[in-house]
Design a protein around this ligand. Structure first.
Ligand code: PHE
Ligand code: ZN
Length: 871
């Protein structure tokens, strides 16, 4: 056990800051051994503070205080502990000069100022700024920053910070300085600086009002040919935000920097976004279509934060979803507009239903606006981000696009330059629309995924169809009882020919039912026959829907539902039903209807190919586990595999034809149509190799050898890795590494395809990868692609009945906790779900958690995850 129990922080304890800081003047003296940070703060008492504090208490961690002066006079009696600096009896207004010394080269947590492949960079969200200098490191303290960076001219020719460059010059001893000024007040978590030997790629964007913005991307010289896609995505995002939200960019420069060592995907620092290399660098030869898509959406996400996050920010970290939920919703809308809205929705819901639903059902379940936390780093969760985005989407559905836009305009106008709450957001939406969102606010307050139980009745004599809907929500930690949610349920009814039926007197064929009570029933009149209901279209609310469709009805919906999302979902439901009844021993053979459904998909060339690729994919093992109590992972995996191989064997000819039809000799283009064709061809290929088809093997070997781009090459590699063709697989893996060993992002893909594969010898292989020269314990991407991918995706091996997978993960977490607690706590996620599994698995997962909890040196981050998951 830890020596002392870390304290929880509660939303109800929020107080306004006793002091404000209006201006910050920073000077960084960067050296190899240490960095000296000079900071001058203009501080004043907050006139709106709740009580009159005499003392100023600044946050600070792992800092060496060198000097401290207040209005020019040394402060003698400051009290410093491991988390703060206290100066007693300060005046109402004063300047504070602080000099601290830090050691970025030893910073393995990657929070604050650190070094990554020879460059200096920062990460301040959520509480990293306090590792750079003493400060009121909370988002409701907003200041204007001036930043002077001094460093060796040769080693660090590029010196960047937020805002605009205002001064630069040579200094003695081969050093130089650049000074930056950011005119927009911002919280400290948005501060950033970078120093390195980087190449600059330039572009520009002219805003709607005719201002020319300099776009600059900074990367290591070896990556200079991987910037085009990110810059193109950035321009699209800038254009889109003007058109859809009326938001223009505000500074003259917008910069993106790529760094190899980064805990998350990317960071929206004002005017200086810092990205994990894997989320920004791409070329057709090195990045797959999936990476291109990810980059487009993350670049947009970070850019959109300039308004939803930076201009209007969060009052405190409990409000994290204010910026994240809204911004994810915005980037989802953007991606939908850039490609196929249905496919985008399918991918997003698939992830939400698999991973966010699991989180909401586990021991770390928390509301979109949490009530308490021990370590805020643990709350950058799927609930805050993805469910938060679904909540904003529901507001959009309830208000309609026009009213939603009015609400967002009002929100940005009213709160510009301020730090506000999710409640302020909802209130603005209410004010603009005149709608009452009082009950709707429960989505922010109550954790857990609501369940809708739907039953129906058809009165043939009267021609009346009745839908009865009951909502409930399971208990979650500290919330035993839930009040009903306000749920928008988009639906329609179809007749037996597939025609949509009018639902009201005006002839609308689609409706949004607003559920607010525990039970509702809806009557639809003048019907000649029993209709087939199409419910929760486009996944209009993040809920589980329970209605007993027959397999024939599902088949019917797969081909007739006018809602593309529901067509896909009907296919998933059909497959789930088939797999589950085989698992339960009710069926011994794969239902022919499922095979027929797939045959139709493969032969109908009029269908959207991206859709077909999605529809061909059986529900994932992780999702099937999520739907099962006491999950027996091996049985689920085997049954799913059996269905998959049965289908593929039956459709061998069709798969070969699909693979052939979807080849192209044109040069790589990241266009929706080409992406769809490649994705379908690769899906077909992987089904063929999975069943050990010789022709499929030859195609894969050939595609691997001749691939003109990484999507084809990696598709072939992955098909071979997940197949019985060991010789070809090993050859391809070896060749791939030889070809790409100098490219970290490609090597990460190479790691992931092996550690995630049920075919590759499981844990033994993963241990070998940890010994591989390209593996690096300090690099989060390597850790995630080997250890994280193994635990999250290689489910048969992670859940090996002898518990070896769990013990392995426990060892790695313990080892990492000392160097990077944020990453260690993240890796522990799969273990926290122990209650889901069959008793034997459950017990050994639990004992690994118990062993971790017994560690005396446990970080706050890991302590919170482990202790809460055992409660
Ligand atoms: N705020 C970042 C984003 O979502 C995520 C992030 C959080 C990055 C914390 C680093 C640290 O865009
Ligand atoms: Zn974000």
């Amino acid at each position: 056990m830890r020596a002392s129990q870390p304290q929880s922080i509660y939303l109800k304890d929020y107080r306004k800051p006793p002091f404000l800081i209006d201006h910050v003047d920073l000077r960084f003296e960067l050296f190899e051994e240490q960095t000296r940070v000079h900071s001058r703060l203009q501080v004043r008492r907050n006139p709106e503070a709740d009580g009159a504090e005499r003392d100023l208490v600044l946050h600070g961690e792992d800092l060496e205080l060198e000097t401290l002066t207040l209005d020019g006079r040394p402060v003698e009696d400051a009290v410093v502990d491991s988390e703060s600096l206290r100066i007693s009896n300060v005046p109402d207004q004063f300047n504070l000069d602080v000099v601290t010394c830090i050691r970025p080269q030893e910073n393995t947590r990657l929070e604050g100022l650190y070094k990554s492949s020879g460059m200096f960079c920062t990460q301040c969200e959520a509480e990293g700024f306090r590792r750079i200098t003493y400060f009121l490191d909370r988002p409701d303290v907003m200041a204007c920053y001036r930043t002077r960076i001094e460093a060796d001219s040769e080693q660090y020719p590029v010196l960047l910070a937020n805002g605009n460059p205002v001064d630069h010059g040579e200094m003695e001893g081969g050093r130089h300085q650049v000074t930056w000024e950011d005119p927009f007040p911002k919280p400290s978590y948005l501060f950033a600086m970078v120093a390195g030997d980087l190449v600059e790629k330039r572009d520009e964007f002219t805003t709607g009002s005719g201002r020319v913005v300099d776009l600059r991307m900074y990367v290591e010289p070896r990556n200079s040919d991987k910037c085009e896609h990110a810059l193109a995505s950035l321009k699209k995002a800038m254009q889109w935000d003007e058109e859809v939200y009326g938001r223009e960019y505000d500074l003259d420069i917008f910069m993106i920097v790529a760094v190899d060592d980064f805990n998350m995907g990317a960071m929206e620092n004002k005017g200086l976004n810092i990205f994990n290399s894997s989320c920004v660098l791409a070329s057709p030869e090195t990045a797959t279509d999936a990476a291109y898509e990810r980059i487009e959406s993350i670049v947009a996400h970070e850019y959109f934060h300039n308004w939803s996050g930076n201009r209007v920010t969060c009052r405190d970290w409990f409000q994290l979803s204010l910026k994240e939920g809204f911004t994810v919703f915005r980037d989802n809308q953007f991606s939908a507009d850039m490609g196929s809205p249905t496919v985008q929705r399918i991918d997003h819901v698939n992830m939400l239903r698999t991973a966010q639903f699991a989180e909401d059902d586990g021991p770390m379940a928390h509301p979109v606006r949490p009530e308490s936390y021990i370590e805020i780093g643990n709350f950058y969760t799927l609930t805050v981000y993805e469910k938060g985005a679904e909540v904003v989407r529901m507001i959009h559905t309830l208000l309609g696009p026009d009213m939603f836009r009015e609400g967002s305009d009002l929100y940005f106008a009213r709160f510009d330059g301020r730090a506000v709450t999710t409640d302020d957001f909802v209130a603005t939406m209410e004010e603009a629309s005149g709608r009452d969102l009082g009950q709707f606010r429960r989505w922010y307050e109550q954790a857990g995924t609501p369940v809708l139980h739907v039953s129906d009745h058809f009165d043939a004599e009267k021609g009346v169809y009745t839908l009865s809907i009951e909502q409930s929500c399971p208990a979650t930690p500290r919330q035993p009882h839930k009040a009903p949610f306000h749920i928008p349920l988009r639906m329609g009814l179809l007749d037996s020919t597939g025609e949509p039926l009018p639902l009201d007197d005006i002839g609308n064929t689609e409706q949004v039912l607003e559920l607010t009570e525990s039970r509702h029933s809806y009557r639809f009149k003048d019907l000649k026959e029993r209709p087939v209901p199409s419910l929760l279209r486009n996944f209009s609310a993040p809920v589980k829907l329970d209605y007993a469709w027959s397999r024939d009805q599902l088949m019917f919906l797969v081909s007739h539902d006018p809602d593309g999302f529901n067509r896909w979902d009907a296919g998933q439901k059909l497959a789930i039903d088939v797999i589950q009844s085989m698992l339960e021993g009710n069926d011994t053979e794969v239902d022919e209807r499922l095979i027929e459904a797939y045959r139709n998909l493969l032969t109908d060339t009029s269908l959207d190919r991206a859709m077909v690729a999605r529809m061909l994919a059986l529900p994932g093992t992780a999702y099937l586990i999520e739907l099962t109590r006491d999950a027996d992972v091996q049985a689920i995996h085997e049954t799913r595999q059996r269905v998959q191989t049965t289908v593929a064997n039956a459709l061998r000819e069709e798969l070969l034809a699909v693979h052939m039809r979807n080849q192209s000799s044109e040069p790589y283009a990241f266009s929706a149509e080409r992406v769809a064709a490649r994705s379908l061809a690769n899906s077909a290929l992987s089904l063929l190799t999975l069943i050990g088809d010789e022709a499929g093997k030859d195609l894969a070997v050939e595609q691997f050898r001749d691939a003109p781009n990484m999507t084809n090459r990696f598709g072939a590699l992955s098909a071979l890795v997940n197949s019985p063709f060991e010789k070809e697989r090993d050859r391809a893996l070896e060749q791939f590494y030889v070809d790409w060993q100098d490219d970290p992002q490609v090597v990460e893909q190479w790691f992931a395809v092996q550690s995630g594969s049920p075919w590759m010898g499981g844990l033994k292989r993963v241990r070998e990868l940890l010994e591989h020269p390209a593996f690096d314990w300090k690099n989060p991407n390597k850790i995630r692609t080997v250890i994280g991918v193994f635990a999250a995706r290689n489910l048969v091996h992670f859940h090996e009945p002898d518990g070896s997978g769990y013990r392995f993960l426990g060892e790695q977490i313990q080892r990492l906790d000392a160097s990077n607690p944020q990453i260690a706590a993240g890796l522990a996620q799969p273990l926290t779900r122990w209650r889901r599994y069959a008793p034997r698995l459950r017990e050994s997962m639990k004992s690994v958690l118990e062993e971790l909890l017994a560690e005396p040196q446990l970080s706050k981050d890991l302590f919170e995850v482990v202790s809460k998951s055992l409660q």
